[in-house]
Design a protein around this ligand. Structure first.
Ligand code: 5GP
Length: 205
């Protein structure tokens, strides 16, 4: 029977909504069976971040060279820095029949929606904009002007919810993770995804 291609899972939503926390929690669970795609960025590493673990940290020149050579599935400029998804890793992993998980901002998700409409798009929503601002301030990793820009961006981003298949409210990290895992499981059973395999089976392929 022909091998099914993996599922491309896109988790997106406003900055500060807790995408990173939810993603880390999902990947700390022992039964996680999807692969995390590490992004490239021109942002400087934060305290404790490691190259090749949290991001591939690049200079602007190196990042622009990657864009030029078509090495990115998507990329976006977010609050003064580039972020992008390396293409080769995504393709190789999906071809091997493994699911790939991306945690990206909304402009990048919109690009993938056009290129890979059969990907699964999950929007992580904040309980409220105030909660979002509190979380960014509480994190204490950005100065006030950057927080203000991120909150303004978040308002625009919430308006982009209509691009997504599912909306998960991040009220509690463990609830959000449970919902995301349930969505991924259900998506694997979606008739459009499964029927190709059965048609091939009936043809004896
Ligand atoms: P941070 O600087 O807080 O790590 O990330 C800023 C924003 O960039 C977050 O919303 C994060 O999800 C997003 N991001 C991280 N990697 C990528 C990527 O490869 N592509 C895009 N478009 N956004 C990304």
């Amino acid at each position: 029977m022909s091998k099914e291609r993996g599922l491309l899972i896109v988790l997106s939503g406003p900055s500060g909504v807790g995408k990173g926390t939810v993603r880390k929690e999902l990947f700390s669970q022992p039964n996680t069976n999807y692969e995390y795609s590490i992004s490239a960025t021109t942002r400087l590493p934060r305290e404790g971040e490691e190259d090749g673990v949290d991001y591939f940290f690049k200079t602007r020149e190196a990042f622009e060279a990657l864009i030029e050579e078509g090495g990115l599935l998507e990329h976006a400029e977010f609050v003064g820095n580039y972020y992008g998804t390396p293409l080769a890793y995504v393709n190789e992993t999906l071809d091997a029949g493994r699911d790939v998980f991306l945690e990206i901002e909304v402009q990048g998700a919109a690009q993938i929606r056009k290129k890979a409409p059969d990907a699964l798009f999950i929007f992580l929503a904040p309980p409220s904009i105030t909660a979002l601002q509190d979380r960014l301030e509480g994190r204490g990793t950005e100065p006030a002007d950057v927080i203000a820009r991120r909150v303004a961006k978040a308002k625009e981003e919430v308006e982009m919810m209509s691009l997504y298949d599912y909306v998960v409210e991040n009220d509690e990290v463990h609830n959000a993770c449970d919902r995301i895992n349930a969505i991924i499981k259900a998506e694997h059973c979606r008739r459009e995804r499964v029927e190709k395999r059965y048609i091939a089976m009936l043809k004896g392929e």
